[in-house]
Design a protein around this ligand. Sequence first.
Ligand code: CP
Length: 369
Amino acid sequence: MARTRAATTTPERLRGQSGNTENETTQASPVAHRKPGEARPNQPPMFGGLSGSRRNVLDLDDFSKEEIEHILQSADGMNEVLSRDVRKTPTLRGKTILTLFFENSTRTRVSFEQAGKVLGADVINVSASASSVSKGESLLNTVRTLEAMKIDVLVMRHPHSGAPYYVASKIDAAVVNAGDGTHAHPTQSLLDLYTMRRHLGDIVGKKVTIIGDLHFSRVARSDVWGLRKMGAEVTVCGPPTLLPYGLRPGTEQADSAAFTGINVVDRVEEALEGADVVMALRIQQERQDSGNLPDLREYSKLYGINADRLALASPGALLMHPGPMNEGIEISSEVAHGAQAVIEEQVSNGVAIRMAVLYMLCARSRGGE
Ligand code: CP
């Protein structure tokens, strides 16, 4: 049975995030050491057709369709650079990008590093376990210390939802959210949109079905924002205990404004029918409480994407997964490495998208170009 979520109110009003869906450019709150009421210098000149108002990339809720479009087009140019024999440009020479990860990562951290280096920036990687955080230094003191060493962009992953918003309100360097708790992962959403666009062309009206652990998925939240802004039709399906509040039967209060205006389908077969894109989400065992998912084998049997289930989607439908995959649980090995899978391509496209994002933020700090 399909249910459609209409717009609902959201209690999830993180600092600097209004929850509005269209054409909003509100950013994180001004820094504490500015005079009360004094705004950040948030309006640099136009460059490359972009509004020029973006200071940080925290989620896609405050991106306009045009802004997303611009980043996707810019990533085409970045992919051209990546296809050259010598993958190096001096575009961001003299800029410093710092990655600060409080959670493990393979794809996101390495692709930001690669993106910065290809563009000629200096890239410094800090892992929380090897920093003075492990000696008790606060998050605020850590980022202020790092900023004192003159950084232009801070790429940050943190287990707590909202942490990058807090940091963005305290430092002058641009902040990119590389994943905060269960809340958002905007560059993953951009690379997912980019991958879909390269195969499907315009994604307006395309049916995108997202299956699995939606409750704990920051990727799903950012993907839904991006997909809705770009005009896709979004369907979600998962065990009731892994659906976000507001989508679970018997719950009214939405846990995020992201999950509005989408179809919620109980049976996975119905959700997959006619899909142009099938996205399997990772079962996030590290975030789950006992009782969210009592049995992985049962999950795999009822919701796992295998060849029979994928055959219900449109012929040639794209199979996506943000990674890392639990093969044999949410996705079978056969389809994960089959002809319809674009999972490795998502990873490759992640470098181009992150180059586009870093370029956009650094061009802003150069006063636009
Ligand atoms: N998709 C994603 O965020 O992967 P990593 O955890 O490897 O960065």
